[in-house]
Design a protein. Structure first.
Lengths: 166, 1275
């Protein structure tokens, strides 16, 4: 069973004296991925953009709690993402019974899944298929990178995948 | 970092110190009380020696020096395990004490990222949490499995007033009063005893005490007895006493109230006593004990033999596992090792301590005394830490201890907490903040909510300290802490925790988090009674659209509750409920342009301008005119400002959206306006110029008090609406200025559910206007209006203009105008965008009865349409009302309007009315703009096909196809008319019963045939009797029902139709227009008669200028035995053009291909020849006559007839004249023949009168079929 999936993208914003210059998140992600030893990672301000959020359990009284857990797990992902070449980071954080699994794409979009069972393989293949779906969304020329994914088709597809793998 | 200098190091140095048990007599205690202190309180400031500098030698031979030392003075009655509830109460006190300090903090702004980052590390976590931690650890004092809390020495105090002090000492150390630890045999009762006589100087001279001391020394021992004199100061509050206490105040002497009789000498005496006690008694005693115990341990446990023995002994003695393991008395070797370890720890010989702890841990493990094992592990962990050796080992030991404590259940829970606290401190000291925070988090789970809250807060701080900073974790743990605080009823702390986390969640897209945080902060502030801040936070969540209905209503209810609690109407700048869509804002003001309805305002200005182009005087001229008349022209030059008229409402359209699913009640939506009267020009100037700066003030310091509605100058409308869940409404607000001046629309205010007043200012960016150019200027809000003097104003509408009509629908409507002012208007003009649909009638039409007025019974001669007058009005119909029409003030005025739905589709009809003022005013004219949308549905499709009639001159056959395109309506055909006097339409002679097809039901189509005749040239007799006029009645009603098509309005509409349709079909051919009038068959008779006129214009006719016709006998009887038959036929040729035409007839024999263009010669001398026709041929000819005429011709090589005696090849024809050309044909055999193989070649000679286009100059016409049957006559 899973509780919440979010798709996050980070826009890297350089906090220099000139003001804010926002760069394309894909480019920024690539630059950082390959030359992170050159750039000072923590001198960058991170701006989160939540692109999609799929609630599976419609318990609203817990929705905020789930968000809190995922949000806090971002801190862990932030460090972990640079230590490995794998996109799937497995379970990065946990809070009581709830486990957070994360998948980071090359463009540094983070798929975060909050769940309580530990079927690693299922989660991994789930993430891979969701990644494909996400790429399809991304290929859409009308989709502005970093903006919210409003496609209902995407939503139903992800839910179907969740039923299949989780 | 030196572990001794770290916080944990100092903590251990202060907390794990020798305990001195204090036993006092009541009288001694009373002497101390005189100064407001207990005995322990009095001594404790002096129990910390910062520079004691004593040499210590423990097990090893090498002595070392001890710099800092502390002893703990505790009453014997306090040496017992603490009651949980009492301990928790004490801890709660610590937390609530801090509570009061946070209150002023809560009123300040919540901390920002920069504040937190720039804070020094020590201040990140509130200081009182350290105190809390110590209190938490202290709850475990004097536990039986640890010995560092066991008293090392005993201080017996007797007052000099006591009788028989020596026996008192014996009484004091009575076993009944001693703590249970000593009684139960857990610790050795043989401890160091020290005897003290306390002498109060105010009770008498010192001699008594000295005597007692001497007596004591003789009985109890020379060194162990001391005398202490206190209260030497004669009067309370000695000035020197205050100063001397100062350095010790920090050590817990806060309860220093009332009289204090201690002076500097007393203090020095106490200090000396303590120094002596520590360095000369306690430390040597401990040294000695360590050495003794070490020796003992070495003999029993050290060495290979002892270890084997120990193992064997333990295995055999298989004790059953108890909850606390086996009971160890002070005589057991395990207890002794533990005492040895703890004493070594206290004297900072950590190596010795560690080796003993390690030794002990295996024993306890084997004995399954888990609690003791954990305690030993804990201590060895601390030893590792203090030695700063193996971090790994230290952590391993702490983790081991922690998990062991957790494993043994509830009895070890608090121990686990203590162990966790030490562990976390240890990790913090080493900079492992992340691990520390996870330890804090783990122990927080084991504690009640209040403790866990404090622990979680510390965990959060650790996340903040970790590198990199884990802000999100920090926020999350603060929220958890806040939640726990709230559960344990510490609201202020809860608010503080949430508030500190606010910056983490600022401007992030996690909506549920934001809502939760703001809602709870707001709610708790509200509970604390700080309503303004509460409302500020609740405002953030009021407009949450993503939450469920119940959550939304909960948010809203709490919000309103707090707002009502404030007891006043709350003004909120930029209240998010409901949402005013500022981009949809539109100001509608009427200067010279007035609008009939609100919908008209939305029509693009360019459409109006295009429409009014010809009607209104050119704008520049107007502007100079009224500028010149204006004495104060300065404000008007400012082209930013628009003009509105006093007494007329300025409207403002804006969209309002309710983001919630709950319906909200919004009342009193009104505009905030300012009107500065321009009594002096300078102030007005200032008003407009300072607009921008005022705006800034308004947005930065929002206060609506300055914008109170000024009833004298203007009135604003107030609107109450109820917005359903998720509803969006477009509302219109009005302000009516009453005096001349400059009106500024500042913002909107509204009241939400009668309790919250929201207001919002319009944001006008002047820079945008200048930068973005035309488009920007168009979109930007024009909120400064110049109010000018009242003007007359017309309002008007077209009465019952249908919104839906069938194509061809013809109606008579009225235009109603009303002048609402007192002054008259004149020179009224009107312009219509689609004259094809709407035409103004004449003044006489108003009283007419429709549709009878169109009927022909009024025989007016003026049936010729004055087409010239309307010729230039295709594009926009400019209609000037008669000059004498003046609409007086308050009067109404009506004018007829004809409506004709010309083509199907959606139509936007624009009407603009121009009028001038009777009196001279600021604006000389105004326009009234109206706009209607009409949907025209398809009804009848009418098409005509005209072909020349071959049998008659100047006659055509017309096929009319009518298709009913409606779904349900039926139409009755009424009348078909040809436009113009030149044509007459009549039924075909064969079928007079056309009137049978009187109605066409839905989706049916009908074709009818008619004959039309050109009656323009030769006024034949038929024209006179009227049976074949230009109109033909199709309905059975008779000729009296005929509509007059050449009269207005049908003629006018027809003219328009002709123009529009003519655009499509343009050709040189002579054209014919038809008007079909139909009536809708009403299902019920109550409906008034509906008339439809369909105009089909410019139906192409044959373009030949000449007509020709064969005339001759159709049947000839001839005896072919005698001669060949000669048939005399004649060709009648008519020139219908206006020019002279010369033409020639070319006949051809035999096979003449249709497209053969070579003119053959005269066929008079054609070879011809005899031709024998058998009867069979004859039959064949007749049978195949029907359609195989060309085949027949081609099959035969020689024509059976020849043309002969062509009299003249060339004929000249005058305009509108006829000529007859006789022709003769020789036929050689009986049969039926088609004499069509001739051609007419003509050439037009243009006369001076007109021009003929090139295509019509010359032409060739094929002959018409003309069948002649020749029979064999009787001989």
């Amino acid at each position: 069973m899973f509780y919440l999936i979010t798709f996050l993208v980070f826009l890297y914003v350089h906090d220099n004296m000139m003001g804010f210059s926002c760069c394309n998140e894909v480019q920024a992600g690539m630059v950082l991925k390959y030359s992170c030893d050159v750039l000072f990672l923590y001198s960058l301000l991170l701006m989160e953009c939540m692109m999609c959020e799929i609630l599976y359990l419609e318990k609203e009284d817990q929705a905020y709690q789930h968000q809190f857990i995922l949000h806090a797990a971002l801190d862990v992902v932030q460090d972990l993402a640079w230590t490995t070449n794998a996109m799937s980071l497995k379970s990065v954080d946990r809070f009581n019974e709830l486990v957070v699994s994360v998948y980071v794409t090359a463009g540094h979009t983070r798929f975060m899944l909050l769940h309580d069972t530990r079927t690693e393989d299922g989660i991994k293949s789930f993430f891979q298929e969701v990644h494909e779906l996400y790429i399809k969304i991304f290929l859409n020329p009308l989709y502005l990178p970093g903006s919210r994914i409003t496609s209902s088709h995407f939503d139903t597809k992800v839910r179907a995948l969740a039923r299949k793998y989780l | 970092m030196d572990p001794l200098r770290s916080y944990l190091g100092r903590l251990l140095l202060e907390d794990i110190t020798p305990v001195v048990m204090v036993l006092t007599t009541p009288l001694a205690e009373a002497a101390c009380r005189r100064s407001g202190l207990s005995f322990v309180d009095m001594l404790s400031p002096f129990s910390l020696f910062k520079k004691i500098d004593v040499p210590v030698r423990t097990a090893s031979d090498q002595p070392y020096r001890l710099q800092m030392f502390k002893i703990r003075m505790v009453y014997a009655s306090d040496i017992h395990k603490q009651d949980h509830e009492v301990a928790d109460e004490r801890i709660k006190l610590v937390v609530s004490e801090a509570n009061e300090k946070t209150l002023p903090d809560l009123l300040a702004d919540p901390p920002q990222l920069e504040d937190v980052v720039n804070k020094p590390e020590a201040e990140l976590c509130p200081l009182w949490t350290k105190r809390f931690n110590r209190e938490l650890i202290r709850t475990l004092s004097f536990s039986d499995h640890e010995t560092f809390d066991h008293p090392v020495a005993c201080l017996l105090v007797v007052s000099s007033k006591d009788k028989e002090p020596i026996s008192k000492f014996a009484d004091l150390f009575n076993t009944n009063q001693l703590p249970s630890l000593l009684n139960e045999g857990i610790m050795d009762p043989q401890i160091l005893k020290h005897y003290l006589v306390l002498h109060d100087q105010q009770d008498g001279p010192q001699e008594i005490a000295v005597n007692i001391l001497a007596e004591m020394r003789s009985t109890l021992g020379l060194n162990d007895c001391k005398l202490l004199c206190i209260n030497s100061s004669a009067q309370a509050h000695g000035s020197d006493a205050d100063n001397s206490w100062l350095p010790y105040k920090a050590h817990g002497l806060h309860n220093h109230e009332g009289a204090c009789f201690l002076n500097t000498d007393d203090l020095n005496e106490i200090k000396d006593f303590m120094q002596d006690f520590a360095s000369n008694h306690i430390i040597p005693y401990m040294e000695q004990k360590i050495r003794v115990l070490n020796q003992q341990v070495a003999t029993t446990r050290k060495g290979f033999r002892n270890q084997i023995k120990n193992l064997w002994w333990r295995k055999r003695d298989d004790v059953p596992e108890a909850a606390n393991g086996p009971m160890y008395t002070f005589t057991s070797i395990e207890s002794q090792i533990r005492v040895l370890g703890d004493y070594a720890f206290m004297l900072r010989d950590y190596e010795l301590a560690l080796s003993n702890y390690r030794l002990l841990s295996t024993d306890y493990k084997l004995d399954k005394a888990w609690k003791r094992f954990a305690g030993v592990q804990e201590m060895s962990g601390l030893c590792y830490f203090m030695l700063d050796q193996s971090r790994k080992d230290a952590e391993y030991c702490m983790e081991n201890a922690f998990s062991t404590y957790l494993r043994i259940g509830s009895s070890g829970q608090r121990n686990a907490t203590r162990c966790g606290l030490w562990w976390a401190e240890m990790l913090t000291t080493r900079g492992q903040h992340r691990e520390a925070s996870s330890v804090y988090f783990r122990i927080s789970n084991e504690e009640p909510s209040l403790h866990s809250a404090v622990l979680l807060e510390q965990a959060a701080c650790c996340y903040l300290l970790s590198s990199p900073r884990m802000l999100r974790k920090y926020g999350f743990h603060l929220i958890l802490a806040g939640n726990s605080y709230y559960l344990s009823d510490q609201k202020q702390h809860a608010v503080r925790a949430y508030r500190n986390a606010l910056f983490v969640y600022k401007q992030n897209p996690w909506s549920y988090i934001n809502n939760h945080v703001h809602y709870n902060v707001g709610r708790w502030y509200g509970v604390l009674g700080i309503f303004d801040v509460a409302i500020k936070h609740l405002l953030e969540v009021v407009a949450c659209s993503h939450q469920s209905l119940t959550t939304q209503s909960m948010f809203l209810n709490d919000f309103f509750h707090f707002v009502q609690s404030t007891g006043k109407k709350f003004d909120v700048y930029k209240l998010q409920l409901p949402v005013f869509n500022m981009s949809s804002l539109r100001v509608v003001h009427e200067d010279h342009r007035t609008y009939a309805s609100n919908a008209d305002v939305d029509v693009s200005e360019s459409i109006w301008q295009e429409l009014e182009e010809e009607m209104i005087p050119s704008s520049s001229v107007v502007r100079t005119n009224w500028l010149d008349t204006q004495p104060k022209s300065s404000p008007f030059k400012n082209n930013k400002a628009s003009v509105c008229v006093a007494g007329e409402a300025v409207k403002l359209n804006v969209e309002v959206k309710n983001p919630l699913q709950i319906s909200v009640n919004v009342s009193g939506i009104s505009l905030i306006c300012q009107l500065s009267t321009t009594m002096d020009a300078s102030s007005a100037e200032k008003g407009t110029l300072s607009a921008a700066t005022e705006e800034d003030i308004a947005t930065t310091k929002p206060s609506i008090l300055t914008f109170k509605s000024d009833e004298n100058n203007f009135t604003v409308s107030s609107l109450d609406i109820v917005l359903g869940g998720g509803e969006t409404k477009r509302i219109q607000l009005e302000v009516t200025p009453k005096v001349i001046g400059i009106l500024k629309l500042v913002g909107i205010r509204w009241t939400l559910s009668d309790s919250v007043v929201g207001y919002q200012y319009f944001e006008v960016s002047t820079q945008k206007k200048t930068k973005k150019g035309k488009r920007g200027a168009h979109r930007s809000l024009n909120n400064i209006l110049i109010v000018i003097k009242a003007l007359p104003k017309l309002t008007g509408y077209i009465d019952c203009l249908p919104t839906k009509a069938f194509t061809g629908d013809l109606q008579l409507l009225t235009l109603n105008l009303r002048n609402q002012s007192e002054h008259a208007v004149k020179n009224v003009k009107m312009k219509i965008s689609h004259p094809r649909f709407v035409i103004p009638g004449g003044s006489s039409d108003l009283d007419l009865e429709f549709p009878q007025c169109l009927r022909k019974h009024v025989q007016s001669d003026s049936n010729v349409v004055s087409s010239k007058s309307t010729k230039e009005k295709f594009k926009g119909f400019l209609f000037a009302f008669p000059q004498d029409i003046k609409i007086q003030g308050g009067a109404t005025f009506s004018w007829p309007i004809w409506f004709h739905a010309a083509t199907p589709g959606n139509l936007s009809l624009y009407l603009s009315l121009y009028y001038e003022m009777e009196s001279t005013t600021d604006i000389p004219y105004r326009t009234l703009r109206t706009h209607y949308n009409v949907e025209v549905l398809p009804s009848l499709d009418v098409s005509f096909a005209v072909s020349m009639c071959s049998s008659r001159l100047q006659e055509y056959i017309v096929r009319m196809d009518i298709m009913n395109r409606t779904l349900s309506e039926s139409f009755a055909l009424h009348q078909l008319s040809c436009v113009g006097t030149k044509w007459a339409v009549s039924t075909l002679p064969s079928c007079d019963s056309i009137s049978l097809v009187e109605t066409i039901p839905a989706n049916q189509s009908v074709s009818c045939f008619f004959k039309i005749k050109d009656i323009g040239t030769n006024s034949c007799a038929e024209a006179a009797d009227g049976s074949c006029g230009s109109d033909m009645v199709l309905s059975p009603g008779g000729s009296t029902d005929v509509f007059h098509i050449s009269q207005s309005p049908i003629a006018d509409f027809h003219y328009q139709e002709r123009y529009h349709q003519g655009k499509l079909a343009k050709g040189p051919s002579s054209l014919l227009d038809f008007i079909l009038i139909a009536k809708a068959v009403a299902a019920n008779s109550s409906k008034s008669e509906q008339l439809l006129s369909h105009h089909t214009c410019q139906v192409a006719l044959s373009q030949n200028p000449i007509w020709w016709l064969m005339e001759g006998p159709r049947t000839i009887t001839h005896d072919f035995s005698k001669s060949c038959c000669e048939a005399n036929i004649q060709l009648v040729i008519h020139n219908s053009s206006e020019h002279n035409i010369s033409l020639g007839v070319v006949t051809s024999d035999g096979t003449l291909e249709k497209n053969q263009t070579i003119p053959s010669h005269e066929s008079a001398s054609g070879p011809g020849g005899w031709y024998d026709v058998s009867l069979e041929n004859d039959v064949k000819a007749i049978t195949s006559m029907k359609g195989t005429h060309p085949q027949k011709q081609s099959s035969e090589s020689i024509s059976p007839f020849v043309w002969c005696s062509l009299s003249s090849a060339q004929v000249d024809l005058k305009p509108n004249s006829s000529a007859k050309i006789p022709l003769k044909v020789c036929i050689f055999a009986p049969g039926t023949y088609n004499f069509s193989n001739y051609e007419l070649h003509w050439k037009v000679h243009p006369s001076e009168a007109g021009q003929v286009d090139d295509n019509g100059r010359s032409g060739v016409g094929q002959g018409y079929p003309f069948y002649v049957t020749v029979l064999q006559g009787a001989r």
